[in-house]
Ligand binder design. Structure first.
Ligand SMILES: [Zn+2]
Length: 129
């Protein structure tokens, strides 16, 4: 099962995701500068350091960690695009609604699976991949 993507549409989706990725990286970069975190890429999830940080830095790191999650979603969407499973719900295998993809091109799930996920895990707003 796969949804029909013309090569042009596929390119457009890919370009959209890549631009999303680059703006996420910009945001993460400036958040890390704000947080005065020198070791980009290695200490974001270091809870020992986080505990020593002030409140503002903690908030910044929460943003960074959310953005990193979005980066992973973008990368996952790109690989689904490459292997031909883009637009297929990762849970039920049905097509993800087109208006949903238009609103968020990296949505990994259809509306009903996402709603199910959010009712199971109300705190986790976005997917875990
Ligand atoms: Zn589904």
């Amino acid at each position: 099962m796969s949804i029909k993507l013309t090569p042009q549409k596929k390119q457009a989706v890919k370009a959209e995701i890549l631009s999303l990725l680059s703006s996420l990286r910009d945001e993460i970069g400036s958040e890390l500068v704000d947080a005065r975190t020198a070791h980009w890429g290695q200490s974001v999830h270091d809870h020992g350091e986080e505990a020593a940080a002030d409140l503002e830095t903690g908030i910044n790191l929460a943003h960074v960690s959310r953005h990193l999650k979005e980066v992973r979603e973008c990368q996952a969407a790109l690989s689904r695009l490459e292997n031909g499973t883009y637009g297929i719900c990762v849970d039920c295998g049905e097509e993800v609604e087109l208006n949903r993809l238009a609103a968020n091109p990296v949505s990994p799930r259809c509306l009903s699976c996402q709603a199910q996920l959010e009712s199971d895990y109300p705190v986790a707003k976005v997917s875990s991949l």
